[in-house]
Unconditional design. Structure first.
Length: 174
């Protein structure tokens, strides 16, 4: 990855290699599936990742929390899904939108984000990291390395997403 930077027009620009772009696309797709399942269902209460992404408004009152979720859950999940779609849209190669294209000789995907899509990316990256943190058992930065099958690979992706997010924050905050 060539880190995000701000170009002369104020847009955040970066290049991802095809594998990195594939990871982002895959995670965005996973977020879409997860959020689609849990927007208004009771699954939001039983899946720890969904509970983190779509938290109860009233932790001590299950009935009030269910009522609040019934009226707001689909909207919140929909906004988060739109954010995940912003990542996929920007990465789609050769779509003619100007958001992303493949540098054929380099095997890289170039991304250019205006302020609105950049904020969508930041929110989606946060959601991806929250979901991965739940799966890894990470509660705070002092947590030890998680154990289990694929934990090291998932932790690497979690850390990499953090660096992508940090670079984008600095590019839009200049």
């Amino acid at each position: 990855m060539r880190a995000f930077r701000r170009d002369s027009s104020g847009a955040a620009v970066a290049r991802f290699d095809r594998e990195e772009a594939g990871i982002l696309r895959h995670l965005a797709g996973e977020m879409l599936e997860l959020l689609d399942r849990g927007a208004t269902s009771e699954e939001a209460r039983s899946d720890p990742a969904l509970a983190r992404l779509l938290p109860d408004a009233y932790r001590d009152d299950a009935e009030a929390a269910a009522e609040f979720r019934r009226f707001t859950g689909a909207d919140l999940a929909g906004r988060k899904m739109d954010d995940a779609r912003a990542i996929t849209a920007a990465l789609d190669a050769g779509d003619g939108s100007g958001h992303g294209r493949i540098f054929a000789g380099l095997g890289e995907v170039a991304v250019r984000l205006e302020p609105g899509p950049a904020l969508s990316w930041l929110r989606a990256l946060t959601d991806m990291r929250l979901a991965l943190a739940v799966r890894l058992g990470i509660v705070d930065t002092d947590d030890v390395e998680p154990e289990g099958e694929n934990a090291a690979a998932i932790r690497s992706v979690y850390d990499w997403l953090g660096s992508v997010q940090d670079g984008l924050v600095h590019a839009v905050d200049v």
